[in-house]
Design a protein around this ligand. Sequence first.
Ligand SMILES: [Zn+2]
Length: 313
Amino acid sequence: MRRFLVPLALLLASAPAVAQPKVVASVIPVHGIVSAVMGDKGQPELLLAGSMPEHRASFSPQQIKELGEADLVFIIGQGLEAKLSQMSGTEAVNGRRFVELAAAPGVTTLPVRQGGTWETHDHAHEEEHGHEEGEGHDEGVLAFDPHVWLDPANAKAMALAVAQELAKADPGNAALYLRNAEDFARSVDETAEAIEAELEGVKTTPYVVFHDAYQYFERRFGLAAAGSISDVSAAAPSAQRLREIRRKITEVKAACVFREPQYDNKVVATVVEGTAAREGVLDPIGADVAPGPLAYQQILRNLAASLRQCLAG
Ligand SMILES: [Zn+2]
C-alpha cells in the first residue's frame, strides 16, 4: 500500500533523491490537516476510517507494522485514540516518532466536563479548575477533553506543529510545509466565519448530543448545548444518566437530540421518545466525510449545517 506516486519528472529534478517521509495520521480530522500541510509532497496514510468509533479503535498486526515503518505518526493523543495512545513510545512502534497534536504549542485544552448533563445552573464546579483530583468520576484517566480539533484555532496550531515536524523530517521542503500551514489557517478562518453566520439565530436553542465531544465547538461559536447522553469517552450511559437526560430534555425544552454516525445510537430514539425533541445527526470525526486535504473544514461545515437544519426546525 504505497501511495507515494511521485511524477518521474519530479524525481529527475531533485538531484540526490531524498525519500519523502512516510507519514501516518490517526483519524480523519488529523489526516485532513496533515494532507493539507503536505500538499503535493505526498499523502499520509489514514489509520482509522471515519466509521471507526474513535474511543474504541483497535489495530491489526498489519497496521501496527505500518506504524513501525512510518517516519512520523500524527495523532490527537491524550486518550483519544485509546489503544494507540497506550502504544505510543512502546516497543510496538519501535521508538518511531509519534506526535501528539493535542499537546502541540498553541493548542488550548479544556477539562473533561463533570456531571451527567453538565448542569447549566451556576454551581461550585462552574469554574474551569473547580473539580478536584481523584473525584472518582468515570473519566479519571483523561487529563483533559481530547476533542481539541473542534476548535478551529486549535486546528491551526496543530497544522503549524505538523509543518514543523515535517520540516524536520524533510528540510528541503520546509518552506513549502509552512506555507501550506498558513494557507490552511486562512481557509479555516474563512470556514469559521461562514459557520458564525450560519449558526446565527440558533445559538440560544437548547439541544442534547450523543457523547460529550463538542465543548470546543460550542465555546467557539457560543451554542446552547444542554447535555450529553454519553460521556466524553462515549461509555455506555447508566439508567440513572438516561433518566437525568430525559428530565433535562423536558426541562430545557431541548429542540434536538443528535445521533453520531460512528456509534450505535439506538439509545437516542429511547431518550427522545415522548419528548418534543427532534432527532438530528452530528459527525465530529468525519465518518461521513471523504478523507483528504479539505476534510477538516468539511467536518466543521457539516456540524454547522446539521445543527442549523435541526435546531431551526
Ligand atoms: Zn469522542
